[in-house]
Write a protein that binds this ligand. Structure first.
Ligand code: MN
Length: 249
């Protein structure tokens, strides 16, 4: 596979006193790459435990199984198995600890292989693909697994009503809640596009169009990641902000 570059950054934001988001980007055996964002929730330090546990166990399972021979079909099964492993690990980490009773986490992850990216999603963190020529263009790969989003799909809420809805952060799925987690899977060719994984701390503060313009404005991925986080903070920084960017070099 041609070279793939990636960066991962996370920031506490302007309003929270600790960061419950976790990010990861790492190369895999056989030349693949894995990117991931987890946005944890729960009292005390539980949110961080949930997001860290999810990423660590998810990656361990992927690293065990991905190799030069893994094709697109086995890749999907592998992602599903890794989500189940991560989910069980978060549930296990909460067992017997009352302070961790309600902990959980989102997870969005991308496996970048020769043929493109395979994305798995649980919750409302997001993956996007951004092309910067001829004009900045942004495409949301994932669909939020949130209660409000489901109401929109059922025609019970308009997209406008959904945007400012007080319950828009209530997740339909998350890791650490039930053994029957139902991730969504997406696949996309990358071409010359930039893959972005992010937590809702970015998308609540920065519009899709503004994200596309910032990504198009810089060549260097680390500078781009810093600029995205800076914009989220300028616009309020009401939540932890996480950004993982990757593109073919
Ligand atoms: Mn968040």
């Amino acid at each position: 596979m041609s070279d793939f570059r990636a960066v991962a950054r996370t920031d506490v934001g302007r309003k929270r006193d600790h960061n419950e988001d976790r990010v990861m980007e790492t190369g895999l055996r056989g030349g693949g790459h894995m990117l991931a964002v987890a946005d944890g929730m729960g009292g005390h330090a539980a949110g961080e435990v949930a997001s860290q546990t999810a990423l660590t166990t998810f990656h361990e399972r992927i690293a065990e199984e991905v190799g030069p021979d893994s094709g697109p079909i086995s890749s999907r099964d592998m992602l599903e198995a890794a989500v189940e492993t991560a989910n069980a690990a978060v549930i296990e980490a909460a067992r017997g600890d009352p302070e961790r009773g309600n902990m959980g986490t989102t997870l969005v992850a991308a496996l970048v292989l020769v043929e493109g990216a395979l994305v798995v999603n649980v919750g409302d963190s997001r993956a996007y693909l951004i092309h910067d020529h001829p004009d900045p263009r942004i495409e949301q790969i994932t669909i939020d697994q949130s209660i409000v989003r489901e109401l929109v799909e059922e025609g019970k809420l308009s997209p406008e009503e959904a945007r400012g809805h007080p319950r828009r952060h209530v997740l339909a799925q998350s890791l650490g809640v039930s053994l029957d987690v139902e991730p969504d899977f997406f696949s996309t060719p990358l071409g010359e596009g930039t893959l972005l994984l992010c937590s809702d701390g970015l998308t609540e503060e920065v519009s899709d169009d503004a994200i596309a313009r910032i990504v198009a404005a810089y060549d260097d991925l680390d500078t781009t990641a810093r600029a995205l986080i800076e914009r989220a903070n300028e616009n309020g920084g009401s939540d932890n902000v996480s950004v993982v960017l990757g593109r073919r070099a």
